[in-house]
Design a protein around this ligand. Structure first.
Ligand SMILES: N[C@@H](CCC(=O)N[C@@H](CS)C(=O)NCC(=O)O)C(=O)O
Length: 217
């Protein structure tokens, strides 16, 4: 009797342009977890709003990760689960104060920038220009804050010289700010330096949206 094919790898529901999906993709790569990505087109088809996808992710956003027989939504919950179940290499700095520094950076991106830059907001503005001015304002405020935070905590990476959740949050958001929203990082020398270094890391080069876009097409 033919055996039914079952997917034993993790399944990431994401989208190439989504910063929150890139956070998770980078963590899966860093921890060497085998996965397959299923594209949910949040821009043109707006597939996140279908009843079918709602069963997977009730918030109707990406990402969602199916792993170890569970479906997990919210990128930071996913990162923490991966860290708890596959602790090496660790995404957490070694001391409580450095972990607090890491969370400051994560929150600045995850709560202070991303929700105000989310493509899902676009249809709620009278014009694209209005949306762009809004996102530019909040992104720049976040960048000023991140510049100060990184001046205190960074080495090669956001927190000294160890990759952490902070880097996983920072890189995708900066990529969006620079490419999609055409913001300049000239006023933010520490952010620029750390960002350039991080883009060279395999964790980010191999999970880069441009690579995922090729596969989606
Ligand atoms: N807090 C959520 C945010 C998820 C989120 O906003 N995802 C965006 C892409 S980065 C999305 O799916 N946007 C489509 C929409 O809002 O309709 C997380 O971290 O997973």
């Amino acid at each position: 009797m033919a055996r039914m094919a079952t997917e034993t790898r993790a399944i990431l529901y994401g989208f190439w342009l989504s910063s929150c999906s890139w956070r998770v993709r980078a963590a899966l790569h860093l921890k060497d977890i085998s996965y397959v990505e299923r594209s949910v087109d949040i821009v043109n088809k707006r597939s996140q709003l279908t009843d079918e996808y709602r069963v997977i992710n009730p918030s109707q956003k990406v990402p969602a990760l199916i792993i170890d027989g569970a479906t997990i939504i919210e990128s930071m919950a996913i990162l923490q689960y991966l860290e708890d179940t596959r602790p090496k290499p660790s995404l957490m700095p070694r001391t409580p104060i450095l972990r607090a520094r890491m969370r400051e950076i994560c929150e600045t991106v995850v709560s202070g920038i991303q929700p105000l830059q989310n493509v899902g907001l676009l249809s709620h503005f009278d014009s694209t220009d209005q949306y762009k001015n809004f996102t530019k304002y909040w992104t720049e405020r976040g960048l000023y804050s991140l510049e100060d935070l990184l001046q205190k905590s960074s080495g090669q990476f956001c927190i000294e010289n160890q990759l952490s959740m902070a880097d996983l949050c920072l890189v995708p958001q900066l990529y969006n700010a620079v490419t999609r929203h055409k913001l300049s990082l000239d006023k933010f020398p520490t952010i620029s330096k750390v960002y350039e270094t991080l883009l060279e890391e395999k964790t980010f080069s191999e999970t880069h949206p441009e690579n995922i876009k090729q596969k989606d097409m």
